[in-house]
Structure formats: C-alpha cells, structure tokens
Design a protein around this ligand. Structure first.
Ligand code: PMP
Length: 426
C-alpha cells in the first residue's frame, strides 16, 4: 500500500475495506494494553528467590549489620555492581533506594538549589534554566524538568543518538542551557545505541557549554540486551580524558532486572561532584535500605551473574518484540505509511506514522480496546510538532495479546492514513 501515488478510487476502496476490518475488530471487544514499559509477572518471578535469601545472615562482606542505620553511600558490594554496570570507579558510584528517577530528581534539585560547586553555582541563581531534550524521548525526564521549572529545548534523535551538531550549537549559543537528557543504550523510545562518536562529543560538551553544565546519562537499559551484549562507549573514561569529568552524571537501576518496585538504584559522578551531592543526600537520609541491597547481592553477586540473569529476561521479551516487528514488517515494509527502528534491546519500539496521524491512531485503537501511550508523550509538554510518534511497549501482554494488539494497531495506522489522504485530495 503506497498512498502518495494512489488514485482517489483506489483510496476509497481501501477506506471501505479497512473500515470493515476495523468494525470487525471493534466487535471483538478487546481489552489490550501496550502503554507502559514494565516487566511482566513472568519476568518479576525470575527474582523471587530474593525472598528469604538472607536466611538470617544480615552481614555484608565488610561485616556491616545491614539492618542498622548508616552507610549513606550504599553497601560496597552493591556499589561495585553499580560501578560495573555504569563503567565507573567504585568510589564514583552510590547504591541507593529503588528508583533512579528519585536520584535524577535529587541530582537536579542539588544542582538547581545548592550548586555542585558551592552556592554561587546553583542554577537558580543564574537566571532561566534550560535542558536539551533529544526527541522522541522519555516522558518522565520531561516531567522532572517541568517540576523544577527547567525549560526544554528539543533536538532530533538520529540512528546514532542525539543530533550533535544541533546540540553543540545550542550549548555554545545559549548560556541558560544547564544539561541534556540521554538514554544512551536502547534509548526510550527509539531503541538506538549512541555511537562512539556521539558519546565522545557528549563527553566534550563540558568544554563548550557554560560552567556547571551536566550530561544526565540515564543508562536504564545498560544490560537489557535481547541478543548479544552490544557495546556502548564509556562516557566517564572519555570525559576523564577530555578533562570534563565534572560535567557528567550517570544513573542506572535494577528496576527491570529484579523487582521493579523494590530494586536498587545507582548514581555515578566524579568524586568532587559526589562530595557535594552527599551533603544534600545526607540531609535527607541516614542511609539507604541496605538489607535490600544485600538481598540483591546474594541473588546477583557480580556482573557476570547479572548478565546471565538478563538472558532469562531476554528469552521472555524476545517473542514479544518479534511479534511487534513482524506485524510492522508485514504491514508497512516498502510502504509510505510509517517508519520504525528495530531495537536489539530495551523495552520499546518507536513508530512514526505519516505526519498528523499519531493522535488519531491512538484514539482509534483505544476505541477498539487497545491502549497505547498517548501520542505526544515522547515530546516535552506532550507536544509532538508533527504528530507522528507512537511508543509501543510490548513487555506486559502475552505474545498472543501482542499479536492481537498489533493487528488492531496496523489497521488503525492504515485507516487513519487513508482517510487523511482522501481528505487531502478532496
Ligand atoms: N529511565 C528510563 C529511560 C526508563 O525507561 C525508566 C522506566 N520506564 C526509568 C528511568 C525508571 O527507572 P527507575 O525505576 O529506576 O526509577
């Protein structure tokens, strides 16, 4: 099906066929959900052995009684795991509570309110604050900015990561720009891995941008490969070599490794930045949940054990991704109806409809019983200027449900596009 060259008669015929298919789907009264990127129950069950794993032995490797207060930085062995995931030194990482989003909020708040280089460096003292947001991106990053009064400027995502020409121009021309959001591996939602050249240029931004600028490196999918483990250049090593190590802060968590609501999150930054950050962190808490960190370390004692564990996740996820990608291929390969990436990991498939169609597709699918992430959610302020991007999250439904949901999805994409083209011709 190619719409650009189709005659009005042909389009009318397609519209009738697709409307009939859609009506048949509505009659099936489906109730399917492709909205949020969270693990399925089967994935969560992979870590159930953590329950009771301590068997009364609450001592960490260094003899700490994990039941007690203290240890603001997290257990040494948990910090080591975080260091291995993020590719930093153990002295550059903290192991904390269950949510990396919390750590992102705390890091931002620290920069805005207190300043990493003393009170005068607090962003709030320097006029307007802006962040660069590669789009499409992760909606909760945008929410963090909105909460803290940080304006957002978009740059396009490419197949190699953010458009770095655009990023470098922005940071050199606008001193209000304080940082950039990055999901460098299996980016949410496009699934791309940043190329070595892009990572090196991100590491260099600290030299081009105004003082205090930070790359917010949310490596949420660092070990979430569907197949072979794919490499990502080491941001901290590159920043160290460029003399910009104070301009990068990194995050990861076990949310999609163990139990999403009861995991361990990591934040990594230079030792100088950590010293500053720990002042506000230490005011908020005497220390994180070390018992939970110890449970994690007994289940996944090192990176190798963790990578083995991730293979089991991949076995569960792969057929769901296959179902999405084969439906898209069958329906849209070689057509002018949409574009998408084939992610090798992560939790999402990002689909671009023809311009001006995404909202209508999401609405039509909802009316047929298939919930999709709201169109626009992948852009700051919920505004997709071209109304094209739809994020598909296939992890929670069963494979059969994904197949059913994709059947609805492709019908809706076609129907909306055909109707739009007909309207354009009349
Ligand atoms: N970052 C990204 C890019 C995510 O996709 C998600 C979950 N959807 C999170 C962070 C949430 O992380 P956490 O559970 O550690 O707060």
């Amino acid at each position: 099906m190619n719409l650009n060259n189709a005659s009005k008669d042909q389009l009318t015929q397609w519209e009738q066929q697709l409307s009939a298919e859609y009506a048949a789907i509505v009659a099936r009264k489906l109730s399917l959900d492709l909205t949020r990127g969270k693990p399925s129950s089967d994935q969560l069950s992979l870590s159930d052995a953590m329950d009771g794993i301590l068997k009364g032995n609450y001592k960490s490797q260094d003899g700490t009684d994990t039941r007690n207060y203290g240890g603001l930085e997290g257990l040494p062995e948990a910090r080591q795991l975080g260091a291995d995931i993020l590719g930093v030194k153990v002295t550059e990482v903290l192991a904390q509570g269950n949510s990396s989003l919390t750590l992102m909020f705390q890091t931002l708040l620290h920069a805005v309110h207190f300043g990493f280089e003393g009170p005068d460096s607090a962003w709030r003292r320097q006029g307007p604050m802006k962040f660069i947001c590669p789009v499409p991106g992760y909606d909760r990053h945008f929410t963090l900015c909105e909460q803290l009064g940080i304006d957002m400027l978009t740059v396009p995502m490419t197949a190699d990561g953010p458009d770095m020409d655009a990023v470098e121009t922005l940071v050199q021309t606008d001193p209000a720009i304080k940082g950039i959001w990055c999901v460098p591996k299996y980016s949410n939602p496009t699934g791309v891995i940043y190329s070595d050249a892009v990572v090196a240029r991100l590491a260099g931004l600290g030299k081009l941008a105004s003082p205090g600028f930070k790359v917010f490196w949310d490596n949420a999918y660092a070990v979430h490969d569907l197949g072979d483990s794919l490499p990502l250049a080491n941001l901290m090593d590159l920043a160290r070599a460029a003399g910009t190590e104070n301009s990068v802060v990194q995050f990861a968590s076990t949310s999609k490794i163990t139990h999403a609501g009861a995991g361990v999150a990591f934040v990594a930054m230079s030792e100088a930045n950590l010293k500053s950050f720990k002042q506000s962190l230490g005011a908020q808490s005497i220390g994180p949940d070390k018992v939970n960190q110890l449970r994690h370390m007994r289940l996944l004692p090192d990176l190798n054990a963790l990578l083995q564990h991730m293979k089991q996740h991949a076995e569960i996820l792969q057929p769901r991704f296959d179902a999405v990608l084969s439906a898209l291929d069958t329906a849209f390969a070689g057509t002018d109806l949409g574009q998408w990436e084939k992610p090798a990991g992560g939790y999402f498939v990002s689909f671009d409809t023809r311009p001006g169609c995404a909202k209508a597709v999401v609405k039509l699918a909802a009316e047929a019983g298939v919930k999709l992430t709201p169109a626009g959610a992948t852009f700051p302020y919920g505004l997709d200027p071209e109304d094209r991007n739809i994020r598909i999250a296939p992890s929670v439904p069963t494979v059969a449900e994904v197949v059913g949901a994709m059947d609805v999805f492709v019908t809706c994409v076609k129907l909306v596009a055909v109707r739009q083209q007909l309207a354009n011709l009349s």
